[in-house]
Design a protein. Structure first.
Length: 546
C-alpha cells in the first residue's frame, strides 16, 4: 500500500467511522467531544476561510497555541487549503514570536490558548492576519465563529509527497531557533510506521499535553492518531491535569523526565519512601497499593508509557517499575521526525538505553563516537540556511545528531553525552555532564541538575531541590545529598569526581529563560548567569547559593 498523507486519512475516517469520537476537549469542566464527521466539517470550514484570503499556494501559516482540539483541526485545514504550517511554542516570548514570523515570512497566524495572551498577541508584527481559536481575550481579525460560518470546502486534494508540509522551529537551546523543513513524505512515513512499531490502534486513548510545536507530540501523538484512529484527549490547564488524565484514563502516555519526576514527588509527598517500600514488599497488599497509586496518577489503564526529550535517571525508571509503570525510553530529534529509537517492548535489562532503531531507520556510530541516522523520516533542510544544512549531513546522507553514544550487541543504543556539552576542566580533562546528571537525579529530592566546571580543577553540580524537599528537615536532606554525592563519585573516574553540590535558590523555568519549552536546561545560559557562583572558591561539599 502506498504511503498516505494525513489528509487522505481524514477522508478515510470521515467516510468509514464518521460517528466515532476522535477529540475530547475539556472547557470549564465539561468535556466537548468531536466525532470524525464533526472534526472534518470544522477542518473544511477553516480551510474555506483560508482559501478566501487568496494567499499564494504553499504560504506559511503560523500556529500559536497550547494543545487543544482546534490545533488539530487547524493543522489539517492548513494542509487542505494547500499551505504549510509553522507552529510556535505557546510559551514563546516577543523575540521568538517575531523571529519565527519574520524568518518564515508568515502572512497569517492562528492564535489560541495562551498564558500571556495580550502580550503574545501584541508581539505579532503589523500586517500579519490574526485568526482566533474560541478562547477568551484574543484580539484578532477573524474569530472562530466567523470561520465556522463558512460553507465547508468539500474538495479532496491529495498533496504531493515531496512537497513541504511543515516548518518546525527547534526550541533554541543555543542561539536562534532553526526552521526544520519536513515534507509530507518524511512526516507521513514516521507517523504511519509508528502505528505499527508501537502497536497503536482505534481502541487506544492518548492525552495530548506536551507542546504540539515540538516534534515528538506532533508526530507520535497528533500525526500518528490520523493513521491509528486513536482517541485524543486534552487538558484544560495545568491545574486540571490530574482531573483530565483521570477522566481520559489513557492507554498510551508519553511524558518528559521532569514531569515523571514531578509525578514521583507527588506520590512521595503523600507516602514516605520507607513506608512505600515496606508496603510494596507485602504480598497481595503491595499489588493493591501499587494499583491505587496508578489509579490516582490516571495511569491504571496505560498499557504503554514512554519518556523522551532528555535523559531520564535509571533510578526513576526503576522506581516507577516498582509501582507497575513500565516506562520505555525513546529518542529522536526535530531533524528526523522524532523517529529514531524506542525501548518497545519494555525490557528491564535495557534500562539506561534509548532502545533499538525503528524499522527502516539506520543508525551508526561515526567520528568522535557520534550517533548518526539515516531514514525516510530525515528532514529536507534547515529553512533558508544551506550552510547549516550541509554541515548537518555527512557526505553519504546520514544526519549528524550531535549525540555521543554506543550500540550494544542487541542493537540497543546508549547516549553517553552531547558532543557540544562535553567540557574540558582546568586540568585539561574532558567531562560528559549528561550521564553524571542522570545519576544525581536518582535522588528524588533533586528536581533539576546541571554539571559544569570548564574553568575548575574538578566539576561541580548545580542543584534545584524539589518543592517537597525544601519543606523537609534540612539535616535529613543534607545527609541524603551527601550520600548521593559519595555514591555518584564512587563510580566516576578521578578527573570526573564532583567537588561539590551547589544548592540553588530558584527553579529554572521556561519563563526565566533557563529551560527550553520541552523542559531541557539551557546549559550555556545557566553557566553565564551563575558564572560567579560556579567559580566561587568556598570550601565544603554542600554550598548554598546566598
Amino acid at each position: 500500500m502506498s504511503l498516505q498523507t494525513p489528509l487522505e486519512m481524514m477522508y478515510h475516517w470521515e467516510d468509514s467511522t464518521p460517528q466515532k469520537v476522535y477529540l475530547k476537549q475539556p472547557i470549564n469542566g465539561a468535556v466537548i467531544s468531536y466525532t470524525w464527521a464533526q472534526t472534518a466539517d470544522k477542518v473544511r470550514r477553516v480551510a474555506a476561510g483560508l482559501i478566501a484570503l487568496n494567499l499564494p499556494a504553499g504560504s506559511h501559516i503560523a500556529l500559536l497555541s497550547k494543545n487543544c482540539a482546534e490545533w488539530f483541526i487547524t493543522d489539517l485545514a492548513i494542509m487542505l487549503a494547500g499551505h504549510v504550517s509553522v507552529p510556535i511554542y505557546s510559551t514563546a516570548g516577543e523575540k521568538t514570536i517575531q523571529y519565527v514570523l519574520n524568518h518564515a515570512s508568515c502572512p497569517v497566524i492562528f492564535v489560541g490558548k495562551l498564558d500571556d495572551t495580550a502580550e503574545q498577541v501584541a508581539a505579532i508584527p503589523e500586517g500579519v492576519t490574526k485568526l482566533a481559536f474560541p478562547y477568551p481575550g484574543i484580539e484578532a481579525d477573524q474569530d472562530w465563529d466567523s470561520l465556522m460560518a463558512n460553507e465547508p470546502y468539500m474538495e479532496r486534494p491529495v498533496p504531493e509527497l515531496d512537497s513541504t508540509m511543515t516548518i518546525i522551529y527547534t526550541s533554541g537551546s543555543t542561539g536562534n531557533p532553526k526552521g526544520v523543513v519536513h515534507t509530507y513524505n518524511s512526516i507521513s512515513w514516521a507517523a504511519s510506521n509508528s502505528k505499527n512499531e508501537l502497536n497503536v490502534g482505534a481502541d487506544d486513548r492518548i492525552l495530548s499535553y506536551l507542546p504540539l510545536a515540538h516534534i515528538t507530540e506532533r508526530v507520535l501523538v497528533e500525526m500518528a492518531s490520523f493513521y491509528a484512529n486513536t482517541q485524543i484527549g486534552f487538558i484544560e490547564s495545568l491545574d486540571t491535569f490530574n482531573r483530565d488524565i483521570c477522566h481520559l484514563r489513557p492507554t498510551l502516555f508519553i511524558s518528559v523526565p521532569r514531569l515523571w519526576t514531578r509525578f514521583q514527588m507527588g506520590v512521595l509527598a503523600n507516602m514516605p519512601q520507607k513506608k512505600l517500600d515496606f508496603l510494596l514488599k507485602i504480598p497481595f497488599i503491595g499489588n493493591i497499593v501499587a494499583g491505587k497509586i496508578r489509579t490516582k496518577l490516571g495511569l491504571d489503564k496505560a498499557r504503554m508509557c514512554a519518556s523522551g526529550s532528555a535523559p531520564i535517571s535509571p533510578a526513576t525508571l526503576k522506581w516507577f517499575l516498582n509501582i507497575g509503570v513500565k516506562i520505555s525510553e525513546g529518542w529522536g530529534m526535530t531533524e528526523n521526525s522524532a523517529y529514531g529509537t524506542c525501548c518497545v517492548p519494555f525490557r528491564e535489562d535495557k534500562i539506561g538505553s534509548i532502545g533499538r532503531a525503528y524499522e527502516g531507520v539506520d543508525i551508526r556510530i561515526g567520528d568522535e563516537g557520534e550517533i548518526q541516522v539515516k531514514g525516510p523520516c530525515n528532514m529536507q533542510e534547515y529553512y533558508l540556511e544551506p550552510d547549516k544544512t550541509a554541515e548537518t549531513f555527512t557526505d553519504d546522507g546520514y544526519l549528524r545528531t550531535g549525540d555521543k553514544g554506543e550500540i550494544d550487541s542487541d542493537g540497543y543504543v546508549k547516549i553517553t553525552g552531547r558532543l557540544k556539552e562535553i567540557f574540558k576542566t582546568a586540568k585539561g580533562k574532558y567531562i560528559a555532564p549528561v550521564p553524571i546528571e542522570a545519576l544525581i537525579m536518582g535522588n528524588s529530592s533533586v528536581e533539576q541538575v546541571c554539571v559544569t566546571g570548564s574553568q575548575l580543577k574538578q566539576p561541580i553540580a548545580l542543584i534545584v531541590l524539589s518543592e517537597d524537599a525544601a519543606k523537609q528537615d534540612e539535616d535529613k536532606i543534607e545527609k541524603s545529598l551527601l550520600a548521593t554525592l559519595e555514591s555518584v563519585n564512587s563510580g566516576l573516574e578521578s578527573h570526573a569526581v564532583l567537588d561539590r553540590f551547589v544548592i540553588m535558590k530558584d527553579d529554572w523555568t521556561v519563563d526565566n529563560g533557563l529551560l527550553t519549552p520541552t523542559l531541557k536546561i539551557k546549559r550555556h545560559l545557566l553557566e553565564e548567569k551563575y558564572d560567579a557562583l560556579i567559580n566561587d572558591t568556598q570550601k565544603g561539599k554542600l554550598i548554598y547559593q546566598s
